[in-house]
Design a protein around this ligand. Structure first.
Ligand code: BG6
Length: 518
């Protein structure tokens, strides 16, 4: 462990870059089973930006199974060669910039043109897969990835199930898993309906609902920090913690996703998944063991303890807003309503600040603030745990200023670090204090860390569901949020509820007010 000092800061940096420092059991687990990865939506944006680069990086790091095949399926009429060229283009800037290994990687890349509504198309896909199994020795194991617009999920799941892709009839030991991207429905009812379709063909342990926030390194570190250190848990409760503030702010606007975002808005896009998951990790009880079902049981328990928001007091719990014109990094940017594809009268919120409470023994009375928005002043995701002030002002006759309470911050991005502030006496002055930051940073380890999509793909190939969302939690989060969303979306309320904020600002003033009303 290296430590760096300056006057007000102590930084601890684990040097995981040194391979000798990483015990063998902590190194990456290369999936042992061969498999075929079938990407539905292979000619789309998600495949090019995230999935294929992640698979290629895994390949370059020898983290893919010895035998694998990637079969892209999409509506576009593409030859295999054209698909390979398209994927190669998408990799500019990925690992192995010289693409030395690209040639061998591309030998495992295939393309199948599909009509999503035609069952024969899936039968042809299943036959192609069988041929590829024989050629590449992928053993009948299937990883299906739904990288398509959500309205196609149910159609694909049902047709793929009918074509036998949810299990391999001739092989008892083969597995088939399906990765589903959010949104998992748009409210409680539609999420249940999606789950029903999935469960018609896949059991829950075959379903991998992605939340890429859970695969971020500092997010994974939250449970380790809480439960592998004896000194934090005793103070992790209402007696010592004043409030918890979880914030995910972005500088980007809606970009080219207006079609989806207009329907979703910030509550479905960021809260139902990422924000709720961060909340669960910070607030859940310790699981008996660090096993996927046990961890997910504790999360579900936490979601069951969320206090429903009384609609008549909604203003005391929720601020919704939409960005107007402004500037980001000195560049003028349009307001949300002028973005391409957005209704000029849109009431879709791009920002939300929510105050919620957890009704259980540990957290009774402690406010949790969840904030997320687009086109804000900074791109940052962090969780602040604000401790209470000291119970008695022992130094009131000595120090002129008040004493800041301790604060623990998990910075998730762009920096990946954990910082604790505490007070110390200023050595040059008899009557002054200063806040010191003690920091742990992953800065030196970046090259050795998995990107979120690499991690989720690897975990799915290894059959590890720890970082994936389970159906019960999904439904519990929808149960909590659906009444709020519906209330805000009614015609009478939506105009009244929606505030505005200038792009590039910290957000609407109403949010500051909400937080000030402790
Ligand atoms: C996605 C949302 O899930 O997360 C996007 O759909 C958002 O709207 C993105 O921009 C933020 O992810 P990250 O990793 O950049 O914080």
């Amino acid at each position: 462990m290296d430590s760096v000092h300056d006057d007000n800061q102590v930084t601890l940096q684990a040097n995981l870059a040194d391979a000798d420092a990483v015990p063998a059991q902590c190194r990456r687990v290369t999936p042992s089973d061969p498999c075929a990865i079938i990407i539905f939506g292979a000619s789309g944006d998600l495949t090019a930006r995230k999935i294929l680069p992640a698979l290629y990086k895994l390949y370059c790091n020898n983290s893919l199974p010895r035998s694998f095949v990637i079969l892209g399926a999409a509506r576009s009429m593409l030859t295999r060669e054209a698909f390979i060229d398209k994927m190669k283009e998408a990799l500019t800037g990925a690992a192995d910039p010289d693409m030395e290994r690209w040639k061998t990687f591309a030998e495992s890349l295939y393309y199948h043109q599909i009509d999503y509504t035609d069952e024969e198309s899936y039968a042809a896909l299943a036959a192609t897969l069988k041929g590829l199994d024989r050629k590449h020795g992928t053993g009948g194991n299937r990883l299906l990835y739904l990288a398509v617009p959500p309205f196609l999920y149910q159609t694909i799941v049902t047709a793929a199930g009918r074509a036998g892709l949810s299990h391999e009839p001739d092989c008892r030991s083969c597995w088939s898993r399906i990765i589903v991207e959010k949104p998992f429905g748009s409210n409680l009812e539609t999420s249940r309906s999606l789950d029903n379709s999935l469960h018609e063909w896949f059991t829950e342990n075959q379903i991998y609902r992605i939340d890429h926030y859970l695969a971020k390194e500092t997010v994974q570190n939250i449970l380790v920090f809480r439960f592998a250190n004896a000194i934090f848990e005793p103070v992790w409760n209402r007696q010592f913690i004043e409030y918890v503030d979880i914030c995910a702010s972005e500088t980007l606007g809606v970009e080219h996703r207006a079609g989806y975002y207009e329907q979703a808005g910030v509550l479905r896009d960021m809260f139902q998944n990422h924000m709720m998951q961060l909340l669960a990790l910070i607030a859940m009880e310790p699981p008996a063991r660090f096993e996927s079902e046990m961890v997910r049981d504790e999360k579900a328990k936490l979601f069951k303890s969320l206090r429903s928001v009384a609609m008549k007091n909604l203003d005391d719990h929720l601020v919704l807003a939409q960005y107007g014109v402004g500037s980001i990094n000195g560049k003028k940017v349009p307001g949300y309503r002028s973005e391409p594809g957005v209704d000029p009268q849109s009431f879709t919120p791009t920002y939300a600040c929510m105050k919620l409470f957890i009704d259980n023994w540990r957290w009774e009375g402690v406010p949790f603030y969840l904030t997320s928005g687009k086109r804000l002043a900074q791109k940052t995701t962090r969780i602040e745990v604000q401790f209470k002030e000291v119970p008695h002002a022992v130094f009131q006759n000595v120090f002129t200023e008040g004493i800041n309470a301790n604060r623990l911050t998990f910075s998730i991005q762009p920096e990946e670090k954990i910082a604790l502030t505490f007070q110390a006496k200023n050595p040059v002055s008899a009557s002054c204090l200063r806040s010191i930051n003690m920091e742990f940073s992953y800065e030196g380890d970046k090259d050795h860390m998995f990107e979120a999509y690499e991690k989720v793909l690897l975990d799915c190939m290894n059959g590890d569901q720890m970082l994936f969302l389970r159906q019960d939690s999904e439904e519990l989060c929808w149960e909590f949020l659906t009444p709020l969303i519906e209330d805000c979306e009614t015609c009478i309320n939506r105009e009244k509820t929606l505030k505005t904020y200038g792009a590039g600002t910290p957000g609407p003033l109403e949010a500051e007010r909400l937080k000030a009303r402790l």
